[in-house]
Design a binder for this molecule. Structure first.
Ligand SMILES: [Zn+2]
Length: 77
């Protein structure tokens, strides 16, 4: 079940509420009881921040194995 973050505009209270996606969002603040609650974007869980992970680029195919250079043209053979 997804976890949603809510904030009450009346008392500035932030809280989390777990409910199914099909359920209507929370409207009433559990602290002050006013209908000033709005959903805020959760900062965790959805997007992975591991994009900066380094990876080794694929090595170029060696000459003579279909790499495109003719035999004896690249100096590696
Ligand atoms: Zn409130």
């Amino acid at each position: 079940m997804p976890l949603y973050d809510y904030k009450c505009d009346a008392c500035q209270t932030k809280f989390e509420q777990e409910h199914p996606m099909s359920a209507p969002p929370v409207k009433t603040c559990p602290h002050c009881g006013q209908d000033k609650v709005r959903k805020i974007l959760s900062t965790g869980g959805v997007m992975s921040s591991g994009a900066s992970r380094s990876f080794s680029p694929p090595s170029a195919p060696p000459c003579g194995m279909g790499g495109g250079c003719g035999s004896g043209m690249c100096g590696l053979s």
